[in-house]
Design a protein. Structure first.
Ligand SMILES: Nc1ncnc2c1ncn2[C@@H]1O[C@H](COP(=O)(O)OP(=O)(O)OP(=O)(O)O)[C@@H](O)[C@H]1O
Ligand SMILES: [Mg+2]
Length: 335
C-alpha cells in the first residue's frame, strides 16, 4: 500500500507516489502534459475523456489505487477566514451555516462547507472573537470529479484545496516570518498569506504563465510551443535577443508584482504592527529565470522557491521540484 497524490493542472499533471505520509519516502514522481487542458469536466463528454485520461495514467504508470488524493484548484472553491464571537463547538456548529451564507458566494443547496477554528481566545472577554477558516466548494463540481474516479473504480480518500496542500508542503513553523505564498500555474496564480503560523487569506490572480507564452508567440510570430521554449530557456535575461524577450515578459511579471504589493498592503492594513517579510514561490512557473531576483529587488523582501522534497528520500525527481508542492502537501497530510 502507498499514497498516490495527483495535481491535475491545466498544463501539466503532477503525480507523486510515496510509501506513507510520515516517512516521505518517494516511490515515483512524474509530470505529464495535460492533453485535455481541463482540471474538471463540465459536460458528460468531457467526463468520459477525463476518465480515459486518468485511467490511462493509472495503467501506464502502475499507480497504486488504495489511497488516492486529489487537489482542487482555488478558483473552484472559496476559502475565507472570518471573525466570530467566541462560541462553544456546538454553538459554532449551529451558527456556521449562517456565517457561510454571508461570506461564501455558493448557493446553499450546492455548498459543501468545511470549517476549522484557527484561533480561539482562552477567556470570554467582552468583544473577544475567534478566527474560523471556511472552505466552501461546489457540490455539483466535486461530485463530477469524484464520479470520474468512481467510474474507473477509484474512491479518492482526500480532496483538498491546493493552497492548503502547498502551505503544508512548506513546513512553516511558529516563529517563521510573515510569508506570502504564491502557488503559480499556467492559467492562474493563488496568492496567500500565512502569518504567526496561521492562514490569513487567499485570492486567485489571473496572471498565469501561459500569458507569457501567448505574448512571446504574438511578438515573435512563433507557435505556442516554441514560445514556451524561449520562456523556459531564457526567462528574464536582458541579454537575450537584444533585450527584446525581456521587454515582452517584463510587463506580465510587473502585473504579478502589483498583485503582491496589494497583498502586502492589505495584510499591513489588517495588522499594522506586522509586515510581510518573505515570499515563497511554488509551481512550475516559479522557476522562470530571473524571477526571484526581480521580485526581491522590486519588493525588498526575501524571495525563495519552494523545496517540497527537502525532507523526502527515495526517488526524488531531479528536475522541476517546485512543481510538486501540491502533491507533497497531499502526501504529508495525516488522515
Ligand atoms: N523553468 C521554467 N521556467 C519558466 N516557466 C516554466 C519552467 N518550467 C515550467 N514552466 C511553466 O510552468 C507551467 C506549468 O506549471 P504547472 O504544472 O505548475 O502548471 P499547471 O498546474 O498545469 O497550471 P494551473 O495550476 O494554472 O492549471 C507552464 O506554463 C510551463 O511553461
Ligand atoms: Mg497547478
Amino acid at each position: 500500500m502507498s499514497i498516490t497524490a495527483l495535481d491535475i493542472g491545466t498544463h501539466t499533471i503532477k503525480i507523486v507516489v510515496a510509501k506513507d505520509s510520515r516517512s516521505q519516502a518517494i516511490n515515483k514522481a512524474v509530470e505529464i502534459k495535460n492533453k485535455l487542458g481541463l482540471v474538471a469536466p463540465k459536460s458528460d463528454q468531457e467526463a468520459l475523456q477525463f476518465a480515459e485520461l486518468i485511467s490511462n495514467l493509472f495503467h501506464d504508470y502502475k499507480l497504486d489505487q488504495s489511497d488516492v488524493r486529489l487537489s482542487l484548484p482555488e478558483y473552484l472553491v472559496t476559502s475565507k477566514v472570518i471573525d466570530v464571537p467566541v462560541l462553544s463547538d456546538a454553538e459554532l456548529a449551529s451558527a456556521i451555516g449562517w456565517q457561510a451564507e454571508q461570506s461564501i458566494p455558493i448557493p446553499k443547496n450546492d455548498l459543501i462547507l468545511q470549517y476549522q477554528v484557527l484561533e480561539k481566545p482562552n477567556k470570554k472577554a467582552v468583544n473577544a472573537t475567534m478566527k474560523v477558516l471556511l472552505v466552501g466548494s461546489r457540490k455539483s463540481l466535486v461530485e463530477k470529479i469524484n464520479n470520474v474516479f468512481l467510474n474507473i473504480g477509484i474512491e479518492a480518500t482526500l480532496l483538498e484545496t491546493q493552497i492548503f496542500s502547498v502551505i503544508r508542503s512548506l513546513d512553516i513553523e511558529a516563529n517563521d516570518p510573515e510569508t506570502i505564498i504564491v502557488q503559480m500555474g499556467s492559467s492562474s496564480n493563488d496568492i496567500a498569506v500565512v502569518a504567526n503560523n496561521m492562514f490569513e487569506f487567499v485570492f486567485n490572480s489571473k496572471t498565469g504563465s501561459s500569458l507569457i507564452d501567448a505574448a512571446i508567440s504574438q511578438s515573435f510570430n512563433l507557435d505556442l510551443k516554441q514560445a514556451e521554449e524561449y520562456k523556459i530557456n531564457y526567462g528574464l535575461d536582458p541579454n537575450q535577443m537584444e533585450g527584446k524577450l525581456y521587454q515582452v515578459i517584463d510587463p506580465i511579471i510587473n502585473n504579478l508584482i502589483i498583485d503582491l504589493q496589494k497583498t502586502m498592503r492589505f495584510f499591513n492594513q489588517n495588522h499594522p504592527e506586522q509586515k510581510i517579510k518573505r515570499i515563497a514561490l511554488a509551481g512550475g512557473p516559479a522557476q522562470l529565470k530571473g524571477l526571484v531576483e526581480k521580485i526581491s529587488q522590486n519588493l525588498g523582501v526575501e524571495v525563495l522557491i519552494a523545496a517540497p522534497f527537502a525532507k523526502a528520500k527515495g526517488q526524488v525527481p531531479e528536475l522541476n521540484q517546485a512543481s510538486y508542492s501540491v502533491c507533497m502537501g497531499l502526501i504529508t497530510r495525516q488522515l
